[in-house]
Ligand binder design. Structure first.
Ligand SMILES: Nc1ncnc2c1ncn2[C@@H]1O[C@H](COP(=O)(O)OP(=O)(O)OP(=O)(O)O)[C@@H](O)[C@H]1O
Ligand SMILES: [Mg+2]
Length: 279
């Protein structure tokens, strides 16, 4: 770790939200945990690293003018491409710039790292909304983050895809810390069953235990909010699902301790250098 990073008293906690299978609720979880943490006084930054449909910009109803590609091209500063979401959460739209990220040379990387250094003091959390599947980009964001939240639904395909993701990150990159968040479950019993199933195979075949972060119930209030291009925690704070997001946000606050190494710079260095994420 360089000296500049060690001088910071606070560092940003970087949390990747991943799933294996698509459509399990990652983007909604990022937006709503972001809102719930903002309500708890945390300063939240989101990196929209998902290029698929139903993106964060669609979900929250904003139209980004610029994205990370403009930062790399030296045309805009990071602060200039960021947009403001509900409850003051800030969003970095990645767009097509994200796929290019590892191809940039030393100069461009330096520009980004210097600007990130300035942001380090301004945020408490960085959430990375990843795309579906187990692409190189998804694994490198998950490896670089301090914590990985694996979103899973009770569907068997979601369970097998979540296991495939955990297995790749564990076997190939030595990751052993995963927080599990079952989504769209009927009740606590179903969430517990999902946790038990996945944890059992992880213990048996990978020799790791998953950390349970709670659960998010299936609630029609989510799609009502989505249709209004709002996060449910923001649009319908009294809905049962919003209460669940608040509980999970509290759990996350308790779990995520201050990372030792400089948060944002460290995260991007790991991505840009392609270093393994072993501690
Ligand atoms: N707890 C929930 N209750 C009801 N519906 C939900 C819930 N969570 C997500 N959904 C619905 O599931 C759909 C997919 O959600 P979302 O776009 O957040 O998933 P995703 O994992 O980000 O998908 P992708 O992999 O395509 O990026 C949305 O239409 C959303 O309304
Ligand atoms: Mg998504």
């Amino acid at each position: 770790m360089d000296q500049a990073a060690s001088l910071h008293h606070r560092t940003v906690k970087v949390i990747a939200i991943a799933s294996g299978k698509g459509g399990v609720g990652k983007t909604n979880i990022v937006a709503n945990l972001g809102c719930a943490l903002a309500d708890l006084g945390e300063r939240v930054l989101i990196l929209d690293a998902d290029l698929g449909l139903g993106n964060l910009d669609v979900l929250l109803g904003y139209a980004p003018q610029y994205n990370l590609a403009h930062v790399f091209a030296g045309e805009k500063t990071l602060a200039e491409v960021m947009v403001t979401g509900p409850k003051g959460i800030r969003i970095i739209p990645a767009s097509s710039g994200i796929q290019e990220i590892t191809r940039y040379g030393g100069m461009e990387q330096r520009i980004l790292l210097d600007q990130l250094d300035q942001l380090e003091e301004e945020f408490d959390y960085l959430f990375v909304d990843t795309a579906a599947g187990i692409s190189d980009l998804v694994t490198s964001f998950s490896r670089a983050a301090h914590e990985v939240v694996v979103v899973v639904t009770p569907e068997p395909t979601s369970l097998t895809d979540a296991y495939a993701l955990v297995k790749v990150l564990n076997r190939q990159y030595g990751e052993s810390r995963f927080m599990l968040l079952p989504n769209m479950v009927k009740n606590r019993e179903e969430a517990d069953a999902v946790y038990r199933k996945l944890n059992l195979v992880c213990e048996k075949f990978l020799d790791i235990s998953l950390d349970s972060l709670g659960y998010i119930p299936h609630d029609p209030a989510v799609s009502r909010a989505v249709r209004r291009q709002r996060a449910v925690v923001d649009a319908d704070p009294a809905a049962p699902v919003s209460r669940s997001f608040q509980l999970v946000a509290g759990e996350l606050q308790r779990r995520t301790i201050q990372p030792k190494a400089g948060g944002l710079q460290f995260f991007w260095r790991r991505i840009l250098d392609g270093e393994p994420a072993r501690e």
